[in-house]
Design a protein around this ligand. Sequence first.
Ligand SMILES: Cc1cc2nc3c(=O)[nH]c(=O)nc-3n(C[C@H](O)[C@H](O)[C@H](O)COP(=O)(O)OP(=O)(O)OC[C@H]3O[C@@H](n4cnc5c(N)ncnc54)[C@H](O)[C@@H]3O)c2cc1C
Ligand code: FES
Length: 279
Amino acid sequence: MTDTNIYLPHLMRIAKITEEAPAVKTFRLEFLDAAAAEAFSFETGQFGLYSAFGEGESTFCIASSPTRKGYIECTFREAGRVTASLADKEEGDVVGFRGPYGNRFPIEQWKGKNLVFVAGGIALPPLRSVIWNCLDLRDWFKDITIVYGARSVNDLVYKDELKEWEARPDVNLVVTVDPGGEVPGWTGKVGFVPPVVEALNPAPDNTVALVCGPPIMIKLTLPVLAKLGFPPESIFTTLENRMKCGLGKCGRCNTGSSYVCKDGPVYTLAQLNSLPAEY
Ligand SMILES: Cc1cc2nc3c(=O)[nH]c(=O)nc-3n(C[C@H](O)[C@H](O)[C@H](O)COP(=O)(O)OP(=O)(O)OC[C@H]3O[C@@H](n4cnc5c(N)ncnc54)[C@H](O)[C@@H]3O)c2cc1C
Ligand code: FES
């Protein structure tokens, strides 16, 4: 292989592993090659293909913020062959990464606006990237609200960061767990994400909403936002269509005429409404 091979991954050292929740880990990855590290940049919303050598590649968002230099992070749930192999890795091991791919959240267009993040379960990672990006540019935005739900307290990811966001006076964090998922002493909410958002009643004026979660959460949250008055142009999400090349070449990921790996994964609801309902 030569360095012109577009499928050639960067070699990345696992600098840190965080156990987030059952079967969910975060890897902090650093480039082995200093020149590659220097040349690398990405924007929030983009994703990559992460490889366990001998097993294959898996697609994950880049879960860290582009404002945090020198590393990237991914958070993944063990789902099958590649993720099981990645989950067996230890700090110091080397994995592959190619990317960044896809489009991004247009955060510079949100200057002066309120932001409402709505995330469920393992879908917090793509929003965590944009949350930290926006918090690192805090002066650009007005109110920042984060609603995050998981099945149980144990299933919440980024537990330390949730505490950090909760302690910040410039962030309104609402964490909820499904009924039965609470533990003694739990001070957050108990209930599913859509009714929690409805009760919170965020004002739609001058506000952008970002929604990421399991399909059922998205399906039930979008009508709530519509009822609250959010126009489809102000609602953003990211799609996770199955991918192979990540480069717009194999045709694996399309929704209608849109290649999620190139035109997405970030879409407004207005854009999704114009595509076939395959997503
Ligand atoms: C743009 C994008 C971003 C993603 N970001 C993340 C992330 O940040 N963290 C994370 O944990 N996962 C993420 N995913 C999903 C992740 O790619 C898959 O879970 C992973 O590739 C499974 O690989 P595997 O070889 O371990 O499992 P496989 O053996 O390939 O599959 C195991 C099971 O997972 C299902 N599966 C595989 N891929 C998908 C998919 N894309 N959507 C729904 N079901 C799937 C299979 O049907 C099968 O049932 C993302 C996917 C995309 C396309
Ligand atoms: S993953 Fe190959 S075209 Fe999108």
